[in-house]
Design a protein around this ligand. Structure first.
Ligand SMILES: Cc1cc2nc3c(=O)[nH]c(=O)nc-3n(C[C@H](O)[C@H](O)[C@H](O)COP(=O)(O)OP(=O)(O)OC[C@H]3O[C@@H](n4cnc5c(N)ncnc54)[C@H](O)[C@@H]3O)c2cc1C
Length: 426
């Protein structure tokens, strides 16, 4: 079976949804996702989304991003991201996103690596607020269709241009979706790791498919470990204790309940300090104390974190909680330019699966939602300008469908491709 569509977007996280919303109504868009439409890492974002406060903040924000990224960031991408941030925040609020406000306007919080508070938030579930609002807006668009539980297995390509994708749909059938333009918005790769804050089905599929087709990748070895996830002996996804908890005053303690590092240094530095301390203490975790944060603030700003800790048997308003680093974010990915174009014609990549170099070697907290949205809009703008001239090619003979007979095996092969690539680059 073959479907034909102007644009296919693979992924329904913040990047994919924001991209879909920026196509005019005469462009037919199909979005697919591997699991339920709301099972994306974008929903899990807690801390918030950065916004340039004012012109005086520009240099500080730029320097903080570059310092966190060990100056391996692409300066032009960083500039585009920061300069677009106020417009993105305005667009989100116009779509209906509710950021924390007081009598003076928007309220900003702070996270590690930031020299001043510049993060917009909605309690401790900013990702859910943003992504569910974008999803509601997408559902109202007549030109956007969605297919859940539909997994991209491959692209269709002659080695030069992308003509669409091959998917396994929710009934188990393998089908071809021919598209004038294809956008990868497949998120990161945390599902490849035993300890991760990501959903298990987010496994870097687009990166494997890109590698298979010789599409340029960048910084694939740059994988971020988040310093503070709630320690648990249970298997499965690790629950994040947002950096904004430390931004609001929580401190890290060793087994004797003594502080051992500056909690607001960039993530990789704090992670290294925790690993050293765990080894010295011969403990599988360190402690995080929220004693300095007023109880009312914990209840109002961090209700989900409080709830999750209580469910695990810890009351952070009264006692320390055990925390441990876990895989969190992928700075590398499919190499793209400032319009999110990959090295293959008619193929774009946005969000965590792409790499425009904005994060360098280490992402600054709360820059990823922003980066996803800024460069998703840029992809939609470029594609919209060309889609009228795009064409459906004769794809007969471009792909051998027999290779998709054993989807489980294909998935395992893809996981190995990505893990090998990470190992090679580290
Ligand atoms: C716990 C947690 C907290 C975070 N907190 C913050 C924060 O406070 N601020 C911030 O800026 N960032 C935060 N992040 C990072 C941020 O949420 C993500 O980087 C960002 O949302 C990525 O968005 P995305 O759209 O690229 O991918 P995702 O939101 O992960 O979406 C990926 C989509 O791709 C689909 N997909 C994947 N593979 C396939 C396939 N083969 N076929 C079909 N569909 C596929 C998935 O089903 C999903 O719909 C956090 C991340 C986590 C995990």
């Amino acid at each position: 079976m073959t479907k034909k569509i102007d644009v296919v977007i693979v992924g329904t996280g913040a990047a994919g949804l924001f991209c879909a919303l920026h196509f005019p109504e005469n462009v037919q868009v199909l979005m697919i996702c591997k699991s339920d439409v709301d099972k994306s890492d974008s929903y899990l974002a807690q801390g918030g989304i950065c916004m340039l406060r004012d012109e005086e903040d520009y240099q500080g924000y730029f320097d903080d991003t570059m310092r966190a990224g060990h100056y391996e960031n692409d300066a032009a991408s960083v500039e585009v991201m920061i300069r677009s941030s106020q417009k993105i925040a305005e667009q989100l609020m116009a779509f209906g996103v509710d950021f924390e406000q007081d009598g003076d306007g928007l309220v900003f919080t702070r996270e590690g690596g930031h020299s001043r508070p510049r993060i917009l938030f909605h309690k401790d579930c900013t990702g859910k607020e943003i992504t569910s609002t974008l999803l509601e807006n997408v559902r109202q668009r007549k030109n956007v269709q969605m297919m859940e539980h539909t997994m991209m297995l491959d692209i269709i390509s002659d080695g030069k241009r992308c003509y669409g994708i091959v998917v396994q749909d929710s009934t188990g059938d393998v089908q071809v979706i021919q598209a004038k333009y294809t956008v990868f918005a497949c998120g990161g790769l945390g599902g490849l790791y035993q300890h991760t804050t990501n959903y298990r089905h987010i496994t870097g599929d687009a990166v494997a498919i890109a590698k298979k087709h010789g599409i340029a990748l960048k910084h694939v070895g740059y994988v971020q470990i988040h310093p503070t996830t709630l320690y648990s002996e249970k298997p499965g996804r690790r629950f994040l204790i947002s950096e904004s908890v430390r931004g609001e005053g929580a401190v890290l303690l060793n087994k004797n309940k003594e502080r051992f590092c500056d909690e607001l240094l960039p993530r990789d530095v704090v992670t290294a300090a925790i690993h050293r301390q765990m080894e010295e203490d011969d403990m599988p975790f360190v402690w995080l104390s929220m004693e300095k944060i007023p109880e009312e603030e914990i209840r109002s700003h961090f209700p989900n974190i409080l709830q999750q800790c209580l469910e695990e048997g810890y009351d952070p308003t009264r006692e320390c909680i055990p925390v441990v680093p876990a895989q969190h974010y992928f700075m590398g990915g499919i190499q793209v330019n400032l319009s999110s174009r990959t090295s293959m014609e008619a193929l774009y990549a946005i969000g965590e699966t792409s790499c425009n170099g904005v994060h360098g070697k280490n992402r600054l907290a709360s820059n990823s939602l922003l980066e996803s949205l800024v460069f998703a809009e840029r992809a939609a703008a470029e594609i919209s300008g060309m889609v009228g001239e795009g064409h459906f090619a004769d794809i007969a003979g471009l792909t051998d469908m027999r290779q998709y007979q054993d989807v489980n095996r294909l998935q395992e092969d893809y996981k190995k491709i990505v893990l090998d690539e990470i190992e090679k680059e580290c």
